[in-house]
Design a protein around this ligand. Structure first.
Ligand code: COA
Ligand code: ZN
Length: 301
């Protein structure tokens, strides 16, 4: 039996939030359909944030409702930065959120205008008012912050510990600006696993320095089996200077399938989904790496 790696597609949230031109909900849903068609089972379809902060996500309720109705057996989840967002998501039927908090105080302030204490307070209120909501802590800037640099591994563990004490079951370690290296990824994951053996782990790695793949592979080798990535390599946090795209899902799936991991996702169909995405976004043709893949003899396309 080959080892199973679960792909968590975050393009419809992380990828789209960074697009300046509004993408009509209809087109967002077409991209999500193509992602589902490739076999992806976990999809972050939107975020419940202030439309003043992220105008692109103004249609979150519509996108979430359509996806939940259309794909009742899939893990359709959303990002929420506060109680209000979690409650809006809950009202649409969402039962899994990534609750975003930054390890660095200054990025937490820049991104969601909250102190660490305020973020914890709202986490507790979400737990109390929505006990059946699964909360994944999206720990932004785990591997480095644009304002504060890198924290120590001990600081990462201690911070996560404060949430574990309050019932946290799963954390997503985010390299928000793509500054991690494989040795750091291994060290942080080993320390988090050792400190909290029951805690489920995901990684979310940006590809700023073309290190998304090696860092994600390092995480997998360190024992993580849930990986986030974004179709077409889109993505980035508008409140983190220098943040660029995520690791491209189609590239990650190609590598994992070819290495013999069981992702359950069809790599060729995911490439076609990425092409659909670029066409719908009106971004010219499609990204450079997709063109290279198309020209390569090694693909069934
Ligand atoms: N959804 C929709 N609107 C929301 C909201 C939510 N989750 N949370 C707050 N608002 C509205 C408030 O009603 C208020 O509206 P008003 O000005 O019309 O009265 C306004 O936003 C400000 O509310 P406040 O609680 O003071 O928020 P803030 O100004 O401190 O902003 C966030 C905090 C979290 C709402 C905002 O920074 C945000 O949405 N950030 C998103 C960050 C993000 O998605 N980053 C990328 C992903 S990591
Ligand atoms: Zn991201």
């Amino acid at each position: 039996m080959s080892r199973k790696i679960e792909l968590y597609e975050v393009g419809p949230r992380d990828g789209f939030q960074n697009q300046k031109k509004y993408i009509p909900a209809e087109n967002k849903l077409k991209v999500i359909d193509a992602i589902v068609g490739a076999g992806v089972k976990n999809i972050q379809v939107t975020s419940f944030v202030s439309p003043k902060a992220i105008p692109q996500m103004i249609d979150s309720a519509e996108v979430a409702r359509v996806c939940l109705e259309k794909y009742p057996r899939l893990n359709i989840f959303a990002l929420a930065p506060n109680l209000r967002g979690a409650s809006n998501a809950y009202d649409c039927g969402i039962r899994t959120i990534t609750y975003v908090v930054s390890l660095s105080k200054s990025h937490n302030k820049a991104n969601i205008n909250r102190s660490h204490e305020q973020s914890m307070e709202e986490y507790l209120r979400i737990r109390e008012s929505m006990p059946d909501m699964n909360i994944i802590l999206d720990l932004a800037t785990t591997f480095g912050c644009p304002f504060e640099g890198k924290a120590s591994t001990g600081e990462v563990v201690d911070f996560i510990g404060t949430y574990v004490e309050e019932g946290l079951k799963e954390v997503d370690l985010c390299d928000t600006i793509g500054v991690a290296n494989p040795a750091q990824v291994r060290e942080v994951i080993s320390a988090v696993k050792a400190a909290f053996p029951e805690l489920a782990l995901q990684v979310h790695i940006h590809d700023t320095r073309n290190m998304g793949m090696v860092n994600t592979l390092a995480a997998i080798e360190a024992g993580v089996d849930k990986c986030q990535s974004a179709l077409g390599g889109l993505g980035g946090c508008p409140f983190a200077p220098g943040a660029s795209g995520n690791l491209a899902s189609e590239d990650l799936v190609y590598m994992l399938n070819d290495m013999g991991f069981d992702t359950g996702v069809d790599s060729d169909k995911l490439i076609l989904a990425a092409k659909t995405e670029f066409e719908l976004l009106g971004e010219g043709n499609f990204s450079g790496h997709l063109m290279k893949i198309e020209k390569s003899a090694c693909t069934g396309l």
